[in-house]
Design a binder for this molecule. Structure first.
Ligand code: HMG
Length: 418
């Protein structure tokens, strides 16, 4: 029998501060409805130099191990997906190994491909276990990033930061992945990039949305072909995409999930055989169905709307938000996931939600994680944004959280909250 492999549990770490998105709109002289209704945002996570990609990754991984009672000696692989690493050579994963005193026998490395980097890590870990190479060990994949576009830019309301740690094993209590059925699509584009030495990303915003949608189409059609072949979905009274109980998308801002869902439905409507809406306009109308979006997508966006873009972690925040809210109802049902990374790469994959999803998610205490944050003013957010990245302010980390304390001789030194 084929091994069941997938996500056993997850944990989330977020920066200790956030701003209300309407405060940001007012400070920028923008109608708040543009950021709330237009982009789908409510709050945006704010970091200071002490909360970097390493500290967020270490906090999420430590939380995963502690909340879920993971025996460290069972961990054979630790991968960190990130596009906001802190060194050209030394991986974030090596810091996490040291800070958490994880086994020296593990394989550790970072994966980078913009927001797709975390999915690259998840697939490597999944295939490592499915192939038998893991020999019964489990893997931890951490997606950790800080999204920065800069003050007064179009991308500013789509910033954010945080980390999601995933436990990958042969006991997929959260999500058993349909290994081997993934659809992929890659294109060489300059939609979003960050040249070496720059702190802020460069982005061709509207073009990046088009790239996302085009890559999604390729990846979804690739998955659908295999899913049809294996009988997971079929052409019938409902579209193949409608046969997935929910779909979690990469969420650079919440409205993007709505655009993505419309595009996915368009792929089905364009390719459907038999009677259906005959003109492109009619297809567009059916694709936009609010009922379909409400039923399949809306419930996954609770965390994303309050944290913002977390690049590699954004899809997994959507998964966390979905299972936090609907883990019990979704048990035994198949969901779809779409990962996108600029540059670009998209991967569509699917899995079946586990019977113990709700129980596992309860241990992740996501309401508590959000409730412990502090709301700050726009003046304070702007002050934090202007601080140099190599001079963290003295601040005690929360119990169980890590923080960059100082950089000495070009070496980063971290402290753990007691
Ligand atoms: P913008 O140009 O300032 O905004 O920037 P806009 O004019 O396009 O307006 C946004 C939406 O608000 C529009 O809705 C407006 O109609 C609406 P839409 O037409 O798209 O449905 N709107 C209003 N709604 C209600 N009341 C109002 C109002 N005014 C306008 N008064 C943009 C928007 C997303 C381009 C910008 O924020 C940006 O550049 N963000 C960063 C890039 C990004 O997130 N791209 C997403 C795809 S690429 C991706 O996902 C990869 C990424 O995560 C990076 C990686 O892979 O590493 C970014």
């Amino acid at each position: 029998m084929k091994k069941r492999v997938g996500i056993e549990a997850l944990a989330v770490a977020v920066p200790s501060r956030y701003v209300d998105i309407e405060d940001l709109a007012r400070a920028r002289g923008v109608d708040p409805a543009k950021f709330t209704a237009g982009l789908g945002a409510k709050e945006m996570a704010v970091t200071d130099p002490g909360e970097d990609t390493v500290s967020l990754a270490a906090t999420a991984a430590a939380r995963l191990i502690q909340q879920q009672g993971v025996d460290p000696s069972r961990i054979g692989m630790l991968v960190v997906g990130t596009e906001t690493g802190i060194d050209h050579s030394k991986p974030v994963a090596s810091h996490v190994q040291g800070l958490l005193k994880l086994p020296r026998t593990m394989r550790t490395y970072d994966t980078q491909h913009a927001c797709y980097g975390g999915t690259a890590g998840l697939m490597a870990a999944t295939e490592w276990i499915a192939s038998g190479a893991g020999a019964g060990k489990v893997a931890i994949v951490v997606c950790s990033d800080i999204a920065r576009y800069g003050l007064n830019t179009a991308g500013e309301p789509t910033q954010g930061g945080g980390a999601v740690a995933l436990l990958v094993s042969e006991q997929p209590d959260l999500l058993a992945l349909d290994v081997g059925l993934n659809g992929t699509c890659t294109m060489d584009v300059y939609d979003f990039w960050r040249p070496i030495g720059r702190r802020e990303a460069l982005v061709d915003g509207h073009y990046s949305i088009n790239c996302y949608l085009e890559a999604l189409s390729g990846a979804y059609r690739g998955w659908r072909e295999k899913a049809l072949e294996h009988g997971l979905v079929r052409w019938s009274g409902t579209l193949p995409g409608e046969q997935l109980a929910r779909i979690a998308y990469h969420v650079p801002f919440c409205k993007m999930a709505r655009k993505a869902h419309t595009q996915l439905r368009l792929c089905d409507l364009e390719d459907a055989v038999g009677p259906g809406p005959g003109t492109p306009e009619a297809r567009e109308e059916v694709a936009k169905s609010a009922a379909s979006y409400d039923a399949q997508v809306a419930s996954s966006l609770g965390l994303n709307s309050r944290i913002g873009n977390v690049y590699t972690a954004s899809l997994y925040l959507a998964l966390a938000g979905l299972l936090h809210r609907e883990g019990a109802q979704l048990a035994s049902q198949r969901i779809g996931l779409l990962s996108y990374g600029s540059g670009c790469m998209a991967e569509f994959f699917s899995g079946v939600v586990g019977e113990k999803a709700a129980e596992r998610m309860a241990r992740a205490d996501l309401d508590g994680v959000l409730a412990r944050r502090e709301r700050v003013s726009i003046e304070e957010y702007e002050r934090l944004m202007k601080l140099p990245s190599d001079a963290p302010e003295a601040k005690a980390p929360a119990p169980g959280a890590f923080r960059l304390a100082e950089i000495r001789d070009h070496k980063r030194l971290y402290v753990e909250g007691g």
